[in-house]
Design a protein around this ligand. Structure first.
Ligand code: AP5
Length: 216
């Protein structure tokens, strides 16, 4: 059974690849960023501190580890994860990874895919990104445009740009990624479940490489 985590810098293609992986391998997709954005919009059950979460996200900082760990632990214990899951945006710190490793053995990660993308590519990707607020489909005005400009191909919703996709916040997110998330690469390399894939290729080339790794 596949229990997979995607690690990549902001704009590295996690959401784009996750949409294809979950369809192909029939996995439950858990994107912590999407969950936190739903909490901020008041669409997620539970008693999370909305203002606190909103503050961290708008500054481009990480939400405190314990909040994220509790949320993901609870989410993967739900029945729809019994057949495998795909984590997008978690873990994000070594602390989160260590806490996650303490769950029951049959729920632990089997694969970690690291998409490496140079920082100079990221800015262009994020400044041109458009997202569907209904189904979370991700587009790019140049590299992956919707069929009708400004409208989601899947459900016809008007596309939006994310609050944290402003240049200053993107730079902060990249800095946070370098200092807090990059150490995870060595952590999972040591655990022998990491595969590095060049994320600076076409969307379909990246996906075909991921398929090879997860089908092996
Ligand atoms: P999150 O939503 O996870 O944001 P992120 O990691 O910054 O990643 P993005 O969603 O911006 O990018 P992506 O890698 O999914 O790229 P995408 O596929 O969209 O987190 C947001 C915030 O939530 C965090 O800052 C933090 O505050 C909080 N948070 C979330 N998880 C947390 C955790 N575990 N701990 C603490 N805090 C947490 O692609 C980007 C663009 O590029 C798109 O336009 C796409 O069309 C285009 N594109 C994709 N692939 C390619 C390609 N191969 N070639 C050309 N263009 C491409």
């Amino acid at each position: 059974m596949l229990r997979v985590a995607l690690i990549a810098p902001p704009g590295g293609g996690k959401g784009t690849q996750a949409a294809m992986i979950k369809e192909h391998f029939h996995l439950t997709h858990i994107a912590t960023g999407d969950i936190f954005r739903a909490i901020v919009r008041g669409e997620y059950k539970g008693n999370a501190d909305v203002e606190m979460i909103k503050g961290y996200m708008s500054r481009g900082e990480l939400i405190p580890d314990q909040v994220v760990i509790d949320l993901v632990r609870e989410r993967i214990s739900q029945p729809d994860c019994a057949g495998g899951y795909l984590l997008d945006g978690f873990p994000r710190t070594v602390e989160q990874a260590k806490a996650f490793d303490r769950i029951e053995e049959d729920k632990r990660l089997t694969h970690v895919i690291y998409l490496s993308v140079p920082h100079e590519v990221i800015l262009e990707r994020l400044l041109g990104r458009w997202t569907c607020p209904t189904c979370q489909a991700v587009y790019h005005e140049k590299t992956h445009p919707p069929k009708v400009a400004g409208v989601c191909d899947v459900d016809g919703t008007k596309l939006i740009q994310r609050e944290d996709d402003k240049e200053e916040t993107i730079r902060k997110r990249l800095e946070v990624y370098e200092t807090q998330t990059m150490p995870l690469i060595a952590y999972y390399r040591d655990a022998k479940i990491l595969t590095e894939i060049d994320g600076n290729a076409t969307i379909y080339d990246v996906f075909s490489r991921i398929k090879e790794v997860l089908s092996a």
